[in-house]
Design a protein around this ligand. Structure first.
Ligand SMILES: [Zn+2]
Length: 273
């Protein structure tokens, strides 16, 4: 199913396209897409004005930097060390990579804690704490993965004095969401806002000023691998959940992305508005 945005709201395939909005994909694994140039073209045609490409480990970070270099002012690299990729023997070199490449990235991420996997919790916490300290001292935003670990991820962000944090695909408790918002942190919404009850509850409850759009592509939406243009699905679902016109959601979330990632500073000569 393809979503089409028009000025009557968000419809399904077949609706006439009457207006396209400027939308921003704040979390995409571009290094994992099958046909990246075609996906970038489709994203631009869908009104996507920028993408943050997130890295998972050194190989993925290097590829992400390369992709950002190919699409200046459109793809921005975030460098991370995802909990799924943590191996005790590789922690030092991965953290050192983040440190030495900090000036080449727009954000630190994807990093976080995933308590559903087998990587030992103290190792995960060590990596997250070091990544958060680096984000804090270089004043970069951080993109946080949290599964069965929301409270701990929040406390590490706070204790390391991270100023800008986004809880990616937030599906955690609503009382913690209130603390996230009070702290001035953000949450991001994915196309799963169409289907996942805890994600829907979080997005319904979060102020629009605290929400970023994303896809987490190529995570499948339905049975199909997602890609950055599907951030339009996220936009439509937020508009429905909050009973707002899609143009309001597009304008505010793109403004949020500009402020959070400090986009104009990153790409003063780029086409970003
Ligand atoms: Zn991700």
């Amino acid at each position: 199913m393809q979503y089409i945005i028009n000025n009557q709201g968000c419809g399904e395939q077949g609706a006439e396209v009457e207006e396209s909005f400027e939308i921003f994909d704040g979390h995409a694994h571009l290094d994992e897409l099958e046909d990246l140039p075609a996906a970038i073209e489709r994203a631009r045609a869908a009104g996507v004005i920028g993408i943050v490409a997130v890295g998972m480990d050194m190989a993925s970070n290097l590829r992400t930097l390369e992709i950002a270099g190919q699409y200046p002012g459109f793809v921005f690299a975030a460098l991370g060390y995802h909990p799924w990729r943590i191996r005790e023997s590789s922690i030092d070199e991965n953290l050192a990579f983040l440190e030495t490449h900090i000036d080449r990235c727009i954000a630190i991420g994807e990093v976080g804690l995933d308590y559903k996997i087998k990587v030992r919790k103290p190792l995960q916490q060590h990596v997250l704490r070091e990544a958060a300290r680096l984000a804090a001292r270089s004043d970069k935003p951080i993109i946080l993965h949290s599964r069965l670990s929301h409270e701990r991820v929040f406390s590490i962000a706070k204790e390391t004095n991270v100023r800008r944090a986004v809880f990616h695909w937030y599906s955690g408790p609503l009382d913690l969401l209130a603390k996230i918002v009070t702290e001035g942190y953000l949450v991001s919404a994915t196309p799963a806002a169409a289907t996942s009850p805890p994600h829907r509850a979080a997005i319904r409850n979060a102020p629009l000023e605290n929400i970023l759009l994303e896809t987490d592509c190529p995570v499948p939406f339905g049975s199909v691998a997602s890609e950055p243009r599907d951030v339009a699905i996220t936009l439509c679902e937020i508009a429905r959940l909050k009973n707002l016109q899609p143009d309001i959601v597009a304008r505010q979330t793109t403004k949020n992305a500009h402020a959070f990632f400090d986009l104009l500073k990153q790409a003063p000569a780029a086409g970003l508005r």
